[in-house]
Design a protein around this ligand. Structure first.
Ligand code: MLT
Length: 255
C-alpha cells in the first residue's frame, strides 16, 4: 500500500487519483465543519464554488442553509459561517447545507477532476474513523491537504502524519508523506500544532480561538463523511454503527 500526501491542491495537476482511496483534509476549518455538521444530524453537505452559487441553490431549496466563509469570515446573507461550533443540532438537524470556503470545498471539487471515485472527509474530529477505514480498504492512498491558497498548511500535514502512523510500517511513503510524518512528530500536542500554523494564528487574530480548541479534539466523532460526484457533489455520513444490539446507535446511524 502506497501513501501519498499532496501538500497542497496545486500538486493535484500531476496525479491520477483513479482507483485510489482519497481523503481531503482541511482541519482549519472546512473538513472539521463538515464532520461536525453531519455528526449533528445535517442531511447532507453540498460543497459549491462561490457564495453566489450557495445563495442561488438555497433560494430554490428554502429549508436548506447557505453557509461558509471567505478569508475565514462569514459571508453576508449566509445562515452560518465556517466555524464548526456553530453547527449545533438545533441549527442543522435534517437540513441540507450548501457550503463554500476558500480552500477546503475547492480541494474536494479538484479531487474529482483528477479522477477520484469518492472522497473521504478527514479532520482530527474523526481521525480514527478515517484511518481505520483506509487500513481496512488496503488500497493506495492519497491524502490531499487543502492548505491555504495553493500553499502548504501545517495543520493539515500534521493530520496526515498522525494518520500515516496509524497505517503501520508496511505502508510505502512518498516524500510528501515522509514530510507529513516529520511535521506530525514535531508536535506532541495537536492544539500546539494548530496554534503554530499560519492559518491558526490568523484565526486567533480574528477572534476564532475557540475553533482551534474544537478542531484539535481527536476522535470526537465516529463518522465517515463521504463525498460522491454528480451534477452536485454530495457529502453524507456513514456513522460506524454498533454491532451489539444493546448499544444505542449514534445519531444518523443507517444500520
Ligand atoms: C477554507 O476552506 O478556506 C478554510 O476552511 C478557511 C476558514 O478557516 O474558514
Amino acid at each position: 500500500m502506497k501513501v501519498d500526501v499532496l501538500i497542497s491542491p496545486s500538486e493535484l495537476s500531476s496525479v491520477d487519483l483513479r482507483g485510489m482511496a482519497v481523503v481531503v483534509v482541511d482541519v482549519l476549518r472546512a473538513t472539521s465543519t463538515i464532520v461536525t455538521a453531519l455528526a449533528n444530524g445535517a442531511a447532507e453537505v453540498v460543497p459549491v464554488e462561490t457564495p453566489e452559487e450557495a445563495l442561488r441553490y438555497r433560494l430554490g431549496d428554502p429549508a436548506a442553509l447557505a453557509c461558509g466563509a471567505r478569508g475565514g469570515k462569514p459571508v453576508e446573507g449566509f445562515g452560518l459561517g465556517n466555524s464548526p461550533v456553530e453547527y449545533t443540532p438545533e441549527r442543522v438537524e435534517g437540513r441540507r447545507i450548501y457550503l463554500t470556503t476558500t480552500n477546503g470545498t475547492e480541494a474536494i471539487r479538484k479531487a474529482f477532476e483528477r479522477g477520484a471515485g469518492e472522497v473521504l472527509i478527514g479532520a482530527f474530529l474523526n481521525l480514527s474513523s478515517v484511518c481505520d477505514e483506509l487500513r481496512r480498504r488496503g488500497r493506495d492512498i492519497a491524502l490531499i491537504c487543502a492548505g491555504k491558497e495553493g500553499r502548504a498548511g501545517l495543520e493539515d500535514l500534521v493530520f496526515c502524519g498522525r494518520c500515516i502512523e496509524r497505517l503501520g510500517d508496511e505502508a510505502e511513503l512518498t516524500d510528501g508523506a515522509v514530510i507529513a510524518r516529520i511535521a506530525s512528530r514535531s508536535f506532541a500536542d495537536v492544539k500546539e500544532a494548530l496554534l503554530s500554523s499560519q492559518h491558526g494564528r490568523y484565526l486567533v487574530s480574528i477572534g476564532f480561538e475557540r475553533d482551534i480548541d474544537f478542531c484539535a479534539r481527536e476522535d470526537l466523532f465516529d463518522l465517515l463523511p463521504t463525498a460522491e460526484p454528480g451534477d452536485l457533489i454530495r457529502i453524507t455520513a456513514s456513522p460506524r454503527c454498533p454491532t451489539a444490539p444493546s448499544q444505542a446507535p449514534p445519531r444518523g446511524c443507517r444500520a
